[in-house]
Design a protein around this ligand. Structure first.
Ligand code: C6P
Length: 418
């Protein structure tokens, strides 16, 4: 680790970015001889030292299986594990901690709903609505379900700026709609969808609503009671927490009515060869030994977010997005993809006459990390008629100075072919 990165942030939006950066060991390094500027936060955010310390502390002091052992280490591990559940309940304002299920990530949360709620409640001829801007994780599980149950998948169109066609959504809804599954904030475009209004309309038709919160939970305040969503899926690793941990929130009455996802230890009440009865929620959906260490460390990520303040994070990130968008728009050959009115801090773009992958490689040579490609949204890229984009996504620790470096590199790259 080096201290070569001397970043002076000119933006003062209620948070001390320099102090925050000190909490992230990974940021203080050179990549290809240049200070790292990490703009791949929509893929995964970096982890503050307190998260890394919690992982180490668990393995050094408490390592034990949870909900089983009678010994002190096991009860400490169980207590810490369940504390994270309580913190998540508070984070999304769930009515109870039992409605918070630990998963591997957003993908597993959506698959869980498709394989339990879907299997039981979606019948032949029923309709499921998704949108054009969904991540593959919120497309493929529904396609698989529709194939198995002879249900029908409908897709909400979008406008060129990356906003959903709300009128078209209204027309797709009918009493045949059993489930709507839509992303709150698009990973590829940044678009924030009017999810509350969409949920209300779905409920009017008697349909349930799953919110893909993979991106929104990192940037917006997400209150499941205010939204009145039936399910919310998200991942810890996009929230400054560890990989391999996710959350599925579900309304109690739905979770109780749904069959289990996987069979095994922990999810049972009693097992006999003749018949097995199942545990209560949330354990009914948590078969086997879970990812204990990472769940425990996730609590520290939530503490980091709370210390920063969600509103401060939001203000800082939207300042960065506005700064970058305005500045890069002046570059000849800079083509933004996704210009919705309401966006999280995702700047997707192409440089005319240059393949996105080549842009990514050239930026990497300058120590700047972005994602390139279809961002697991191939149908969306097809809709735009492009192979992919370059995506710079900003987090609380990014600075305007880093964006200046991105801008300068893009000017050089764009000049070559434009
Ligand atoms: N998007 C990105 O670079 P998992 O992989 O299960 O943690 O999250 C899946 C997922 C679902 N929905 C949305 C909106 C997402 O953005 C993601 C993850 C990453 O955009 C990796 S492809």
């Amino acid at each position: 680790m080096s201290d070569l990165v001397e970043v002076i942030d000119t933006n003062n939006k209620g948070i001390d970015v320099l102090s925050i950066r000190k909490e992230f060991p990974v940021l203080h390094q050179e990549v290809n001889g240049k200070p790292l500027a990490y703009f791949d936060n929509a893929a995964t955010t970096h982890k503050p030292a307190r998260v890394i310390a919690a992982l180490k502390a668990y393995y050094e002091q408490d390592n034990s299986n949870i909900h089983r052992g009678a010994h002190t280490l096991a009860s400490r591990a169980t207590e810490h594990y369940e504390l994270t559940r309580t913190r998540i309940k508070e984070f999304i304002n769930a009515p109870s901690a039992e409605e918070v299920i630990f998963t591997k990530g957003t993908t597993e949360g959506i698959n869980l709903v498709a394989n339990t709620f879907g299997k039981k409640f979606i019948r032949e001829g029923d309709e499921i609505i998704i949108s054009t801007m969904e991540h593959h994780s919120n497309i493929v599980p529904w396609q698989m379900l529709c194939e198995n149950n002879n249900a029908i998948l409908k897709v909400i169109p979008i406008f060129n700026n990356g906003e959903l066609d709300f009128e078209a959504y209204k027309k797709l809804l009918s009493p045949k709609t059993k489930l709507v599954a839509v992303v709150h904030a698009s990973n590829a475009l940044g678009t924030v969808n009017p999810i509350k209004e969409m949920i209300d309309l779905a409920h009017e038709q008697g349909a349930k609503f799953l919110v893909d919160g993979a991106q929104s939970t990192a940037h917006l305040s997400v209150d499941v009671q205010e939204l009145d969503c039936d399910f919310l899926a998200f991942s810890a690793h996009k929230l400054y927490g560890p990989t391999g941990v996710g959350v599925l929130y579900g309304k109690r009455e739905l979770l109780e009515a749904m069959p289990p996802y996987q069979g095994g230890g922990e999810m049972i009440s009693e097992v006999r060869f003749e018949k097995t009865t199942y545990n209560t929620i949330p354990y009914k959906f948590e078969a086997g030994t879970p990812n204990i260490a990472d769940v425990i460390a996730f609590e520290q990520a939530l503490s980091f977010i709370n210390d920063c303040g969600k509103e401060n994070i939001q203000n800082h990130e939207s300042y960065l997005l506005g700064y970058a968008t305005k500045k890069c728009a002046t570059i000849k050959g800079f083509e933004p993809v996704g210009t919705a009115n309401d966006k999280v801090s995702v700047m997707s773009f192409n440089v005319r006459n240059t393949h996105p992958f080549d842009v990514g490689m050239m930026l990497d040579a300058s120590g700047i990390a972005v994602r390139t490609g279809h961002h697991c949204t191939q149908p969306l890229m097809d809709w735009y008629g492009i192979e992919g984009t370059v995506r710079a996504s900003f987090a609380v620790y990014n600075t305007t100075e880093e964006i200046d470096r991105l801008y300068e590199s893009l000017v050089r790259i764009a000049k070559r072919n434009n």
